[in-house]
Ligand binder design. Structure first.
Ligand code: UDP
Length: 244
């Protein structure tokens, strides 16, 4: 079942259900895309038609962030829990390791994807990471990135360029990569490489991971002001039916 929030069709799934669905995508022939928008990304999509199209074209849309869950509640949708991109990927990795499914990490500053790959291979023995690329060196050559992924034989591709770059890359070049599962994961590689710390569990439980990230990276403060703007849009949508 899908729930519309300002034109973005979120899937009402729990984390295990989302993982199961991703595994079914890997069993298929075609490329499937997973996006994990938070309130800020939905807000951006209201102003960026290409991003909105990319989100709408995804095969699975997971609610990353308490803002989306709050909006869903306000609109009477049955989304009860946040399924963050990083939690989703971390829940998927053990099965990728168990089944020997080759995965490619794309994004982050030079060296980040390699370090994340090293650490994930150590954490999940048997995980075949068949390639890594940083998210800056080939910014003007997305076809070359797609070709490198295809040559690596990756079945799963984690695209960590931040929004909207990752969504646009997956929509435009996803099929060319030959991967069956493409997931947009924002800053996940920074966390796995040990460069960025995730919020303590208490913050996450209280829905305050965003606050922790601002305390650690004050530059992000600008992005937080998009949350009230997003909630305002949701209210307008509810009361007047105005989408964006
Ligand atoms: N990034 C990239 N190429 C770019 C711009 C960004 O690889 O041209 C990477 C950046 O280094 C970071 C990630 O994309 O690792 C975005 O992280 P952010 O924390 O902003 O994303 P979020 O998790 O908030 O969606």
């Amino acid at each position: 079942m899908r729930c519309d929030i300002l034109g973005v069709p979120f899937d009402c799934l729990t984390l295990p259900q989302a993982v199961e669905r991703a595994l079914s995508f890997l069993g298929g022939e075609n490329a499937h895309t997973v996006v994990t928008p938070n309130a800020e990304i939905v807000w951006l999509a209201c102003r960026d038609a290409a991003l909105l199209r990319a989100l709408r074209a995804a095969d699975m849309v997971l609610p990353d962030g308490v803002g989306v869950v709050r909006a869903a509640r306000k609109l009477g949708h049955p989304i009860t829990q946040r399924v963050s991109g990083i939690d989703f990927a971390e829940a998927l990795l053990p099965t990728l390791a168990e089944r020997g499914i080759p995965v490619f990490f794309y994004g982050g500053k030079p060296g980040v994807a390699e370090e994340a790959a090293k650490r994930m291979e150590a954490a999940h023995p048997g995980l075949p990471i068949c390639g890594t690329l940083d998210g800056y060196s080939y910014a003007d050559a997305p076809e070359d990135v797609a070709e490198a992924v295809r040559e690596s034989g990756a079945h799963a591709l984690f695209v960590c360029l931040g929004a909207p770059k990752q969504e646009l890359f997956m929509r435009r070049y996803g099929v060319m990569t030959g991967a069956r599962l493409l997931v947009g994961l924002g800053g996940a590689l920074d966390v796995w490489a040990g460069n960025v710390k995730r919020a303590p569990k208490l913050f996450i439980r209280l829905g305050l991971e965003w606050l922790y990230r601002i305390l650690r990276q004050p530059k992000r403060i600008v992005r937080v002001f998009r949350l009230p703007a997003f909630m305002l849009k949701v209210r307008k949508y509810k009361t007047k039916g105005i989408k964006c």
